[in-house]
Design a protein around this ligand. Structure first.
Ligand code: ATP
Ligand code: MG
Length: 415
């Protein structure tokens, strides 16, 4: 679990703002959810025989002896909230949420035990139009953030019925190579053979590559749905590759699944992953409601933004106020508030804790502010402040208090 420190929080803030603004520009609205849910919710939605439920959940009994889990992902909570609050009753919902998720994984670069996701979910939409919208929205985010090293993989997992046929084919195939399967895969063979395809064990890769593919078992409607999605992506100019082995690590997916992957972050290459979960709402006690969503790993996105040369706009102070001498502090507060009133978005830092003129100027310099505003007893008497450029060799000037807002707005390009 990481602390996100002030030297990088500006980048996080910038990326989160870009992502949120884009998602909202498509009509998605925020939903805020608890970090804790009843364990049963995740068992039933994500599936018993998955990495998350078998070994990654932070689960404990609360004071009532009820089993509680720190959320490992958001979709189950969104669906639970949709059902319990009646949001899906004769309505459709386009929602986003974001925050920390918890998985007890082996920590390594790009894989943490508390990590942040940004999630988007569209409930009540059958697609494939909304499937395309969710993907096109991602492409817009990469563009806005200057991220180029992501490719899109898509696949279809069909319906529960077509998956049942595929399951049979997988059991037959994997049984034939049973002696080469690892322990996890042998255990999953009967219960959940699809999960074998999601194995992270490099020694399993050849066996997985030679396995039958779901696309050969698709039902007609799912096939048409998938073709239509591809047509919409083509029309929008979003390129993709069909990866028939993409199954995703959670059980609730059906039909469309996709992943934006990069080769720039080592083996933790999945940056944004999603898919359709047409049966989940009903499974969790709601009326049948088709739905689709994606989740983006923010640590991985921040890392990729850096690899692609992205830089967040600086968020250092614009002005640092230096105040030395009797009565100057009160005037300094007055000027600082006035600047904040008059210049939207200005960042005003102020010397706190006294100190000599020299030490205050040192702090001003260290703050990275563009200008120091200097107030001494003389300045107060004349109602003029010293204005010292800190990032250029220009001379210090003095400006009447009344003219400070207009002058600084002009200098900072915020007029
Ligand atoms: P992976 O294949 O890397 O284990 P996943 O399939 O488990 O990913 P999802 O459950 O689909 O991931 O979560 C969506 C996104 O959240 C991923 O694409 C990834 O960017 C991010 N993510 C998942 N697990 C972690 C983690 N432990 N630390 C950081 N980011 C993560
Ligand atoms: Mg995982």
């Amino acid at each position: 679990m990481n602390d996100i420190l002030p030297d990088v929080s500006g980048t996080w803030h910038y990326i989160e703002t870009v992502v949120r603004d884009i998602v909202q520009s498509y009509g998605y609205k925020e939903i805020r959810l608890p970090l804790l849910e009843q364990t049963e919710l995740f068992r039933r939605s994500i599936g018993e025989v998955t990495d998350i439920v078998e070994k990654e959940m932070y689960t404990f009994d609360d004071r009532n002896g009820e089993s509680i889990t720190l959320r490992p992902e958001a979709t189950a909570s969104v669906v639970r909230a949709g059902i319990t609050n009646g949001l899906l009753h004769n309505q459709r919902q386009k929602l986003w949420t974001s925050g920390p998720m918890f998985r007890y994984e082996k920590p390594q670069k790009g894989r943490y035990r508390q990590f942040y996701q940004f999630d988007v979910e569209a409930l009540g939409y059958e697609g494939p139009d909304v499937d395309a919208e969710l993907i096109i929205m991602c492409a817009r985010m990469w563009e806005a953030l200057g991220i180029s090293r992501l490719t899109l993989e898509i696949n279809s997992l069909g319906t529960a019925e077509s998956r049942a046929n595929y399951r049979e084919a997988l059991i037959e195939y994997f049984s034939g190579v049973k002696s080469q399967l690892d322990e996890d895969s042998i255990r999953r063979l009967d219960q959940n053979p699809l999960r074998i395809l999601d194995s992270k064990n490099p020694e399993m890769q050849d066996i997985v590559l030679a396995a039958p593919v779901m696309l050969d078992y698709l039902d007609e409607d799912s096939e048409a749905h998938f073709q239509a999605l591809k047509g919409l992506l083509d029309a929008a100019g979003v390129s993709y590759t069909v990866n028939p082995r993409l199954v995703r690590g959670l059980d609730y997916y059906s039909r469309t699944v996709f992943e934006w992957v990069t080769d720039a972050l080592g083996s933790q290459g999945a940056v944004c992953s999603g898919g359709r979960y047409d049966a989940l709402v009903e499974k969790l006690g709601g009326r049948p409601t088709p739905a689709i969503g994606w989740a983006m790993g923010l640590e991985r996105l921040v890392a990729l933004f850096g690899v692609c040369g992205g830089e967040a706009p600086a968020n250092d102070a614009d002005v640092f106020i230096v105040a030395v001498g009797d009565g100057t502090l009160g005037a300094a507060f007055g000027i600082a508030e006035r600047l904040r009133d008059c210049i939207p978005g200005i960042r005003v830092d102020m010397n706190l804790g006294g100190g000599s003129f020299k030490s205050q100027l040192k702090r001003a310099d260290k703050s990275n502010a563009g200008y120091a505003l200097i107030l001494g007893e003389q300045e107060i008497a004349n109602k003029r402040a010293g204005l010292k450029p800190l990032r250029s060799t220009e001379d210090q000037t003095d400006v009447a208090f009344d003219e400070l807002p207009a002058k600084l707005a002009e200098l900072l390009g915020k007029a």
